[in-house]
Design a protein around this ligand. Sequence first.
Ligand code: GDP
Ligand code: MG
Length: 163
Amino acid sequence: SRPIVAIVGRPNVGKSTLFNKIAGRRISIVEDKPGVTRDRIYAEGEWLNKYFTMIDTGGIEPASDDIIMSQMRRQAEIAIETGDVILFVVDGLEGITSTDKEVANMLRKANKEILLVVNKIDTPKTPDTIYEFYELGLGSPIVISAGQGLGLGDLLDEVVKHF
Ligand code: GDP
Ligand code: MG
């Protein structure tokens, strides 16, 4: 079966945007309830003739502020269990948060390939602010703008290296 790329990260960091860009089309699942659309959780991806399945762990449970951390813990566990490669997405405009640090600690203990993805860097020139992300102890940050479609080729090169 295809390798699994699991996307994990706080609400609003841009996981769904990245997922949709890699999947290459706007996709949503309409739930049983009329009028309710939810983000899709699974999609197939391809890069340089290598095929994989993506999981957007952020779509697994609806977000509610008071349970963000327990939800994040669960999503990180799912990513660790299922992912061959884990994309840990953080917000390059907001910087590191305590939730990012906790999730990074969980991921670091897992024996999986973790790629630290700093999103929302919307300019071609990488700002010095991204250096703070080395603190998470997950290696060199991969800088992208999912919104603008910047850096996605370099990210996918890194992803498929680990299959
Ligand atoms: P998720 O909750 O992690 O799935 O995040 P979403 O993909 O829903 O994005 C949350 C918000 O961040 C939305 O308003 C997006 O338009 C915005 N966003 C996503 N990617 C980028 C980006 O690369 N740059 C900027 N400036 N905003 C982004
Ligand atoms: Mg989402």
